[in-house]
Design a protein around this ligand. Structure first.
Ligand code: 4AD
Length: 429
């Protein structure tokens, strides 16, 4: 009977065969302990010399780390084992003997591990982070499908910038200039006018010269956009969505959270509604805490962390000054110096995970913003059309997947939350 480590519990006291890699091993005279992994999990195989015979025992004892093999054995319940089971091995069949493996169980420096990212992914911790990332993606589709959103895929090659910034990757598009997408938002607005409630999930690219634990050059964003929804309604979608992914990880990734030694009591408190603080009040709060910051400045990581520390849930910072935000954000109805937007700051210093806003729906005002930001009327003509043909109030947001994975899994640096990170000085492997 062929099975996987994840499903092995269904075969207690039965004989099964696993395709596996040897993650680690140790032996004491007549018994060998094989740490096996098969992609679905990790399990210990126990080989007793007297039962498998001299030759198989010797083969197993000499097998190099990361060799691949078929292992046959009887499934035994073992409450001390992380998977809850152990395999009493009766036979091994070696598929491939691995060369000397560079990532041994000893400590390695980060640069060394990043150079060997293609192999590092096999380790227990990295495996757990990738599974949590996968669960967040799965829960995202579940949440938005359940709420009646349609998945729409915006283009990656674009003729103009979505955020109106200079951090663009340029490429040639035959005889024209093109840029890698920084955000699918503008296209998602068009999609919302066609389909009502939509969401996208895809890679985005920012040529930011930032070398922090929160910045990637290539990262994945989930971007919902909702017609007939104002800013306040959008905040409710955001807090319900974030609650649902956190709770899904708690339910479906218990083993992974345990491997990462994540404090789950902290995550259990993550339930909507989330607290809200206005930009104005956040500035006053920071000044009272002794920070030198004045109204009109953007927050840096230390500011965000100080604000987050006042709460045990993610916190929305709302209504930022219009001058430090993107051109498309709708002004506050009572003040034209701030806009209807919010950033969601994760607890425990993981920083901003969502940026969102209500969008300008008035044609004349949008035209004024194009002029103020020197945006080319040609490149943005199609976007203006959305304000000409049945314009409606609409809102949306973007959740950065890697920062969210970092927070939920308790991983210090975003480079470990994406399979192959693209960083300021890293395009390999
Ligand atoms: O706040 P941002 O720039 O928002 C937008 O791009 C909007 N157009 C989204 C929308 O309304 N549809 O980015 C959204 C999120 C941030 O909160 C952060 O989580 C993540 O994207 N992010 C990054 N993650 C990793 N590395 C970077 N360099 C990131 N820049 C932004």
């Amino acid at each position: 009977m062929k099975t996987t480590i994840k499903q092995i519990g269904q075969h207690e006291n039965e004989s099964v065969t696993l395709g596996a890699w040897l993650a680690n091993k140790r032996s004491s005279g007549k018994i060998a302990f094989l740490q096996l992994r098969d992609g679905t999990g990790f399990i210990q195989g126990v080989l007793v010399k007297a039962e498998v015979g001299e030759e198989k025992f010797k083969q197993a004892k000499e097998l190099s780390q990361e060799s691949s093999l078929y292992v046959t054995g009887t499934v035994k319940k073992d409450d001390r084992a992380p998977s809850g089971y152990e395999l009493a091995v009766t036979d091994i069949d070696i598929i491939h003997e691995a060369s000397e493996y560079p990532i041994t169980p000893k400590e390695h420096g980060t640069e060394f591990l990043m150079d060997h990212r293609h192999l590092w992914l096999r380790s227990k911790k990295q495996h757990a982070i990738m599974r949590i990332r996968n669960e967040i993606i799965r829960a995202t589709y579940e949440y938005f499908n359940h709420e009646g959103f349609v998945k729409v895929d915006p283009p990656i090659l674009t003729a103009s910038s979505a955020e109106g910034t200079t951090e663009l990757f340029h490429t040639k598009y035959f005889d024209e200039d093109a840029y890698l997408s920084q955000s699918g938002q503008l296209y998602m607005e068009a999609a919302a006018m066609a389909l009502g409630k939509v969401f996208s999930f895809g890679p985005t690219f920012r040529a930011e010269k930032s070398k922090t634990r929160r910045h990637l050059i290539e990262f994945w964003m989930i971007e919902p956009e909702m017609a007939f929804m104002d800013h306040e309604e959008s905040l409710e979608v955001q807090e319900n969505y974030v609650t649902s992914i956190v709770q899904s990880v708690l339910t479906n990734c218990k083993e992974e959270l345990a491997v990462l030694e994540r404090d789950t009591a902290v995550l259990e408190k993550i339930q909507a509604p989330f607290p809200r603080i206005s930009y104005d009040d956040a500035i006053t709060f920071l000044q009272n805490e002794g920070y030198e910051i004045t109204w009109g400045e953007d927050f840096g990581a230390p500011h965000e962390t100080a604000i987050a520390e006042a709460y045990d849930k993610p916190v929305f910072i709302t209504n930022y000054p219009k001058d430090i935000k993107a051109f498309y954000m709708k002004p506050h109805p009572e003040r034209d110096d701030v806009v209807l937007c919010a950033d969601l700051i994760a607890p425990e210093g993981y920083g901003e995970i969502i940026g969102g806003s209500q969008r300008i729906d008035d044609e004349a005002l949008l035209q004024q913003r194009y002029d103020e930001h020197s945006l080319s009327a040609d490149a943005y003509q199609w976007y203006m059309d959305l304000r000409k043909y049945g314009s409606v109030p609409h809102s949306g947001f973007g959740l950065g997947l890697e920062r969210t994975v970092a927070w939920i899994s308790g991983t210090e640096h975003v480079r470990e939350t994406i399979p192959f990170p693209r960083l300021l000085n890293r395009l390999y492997p």
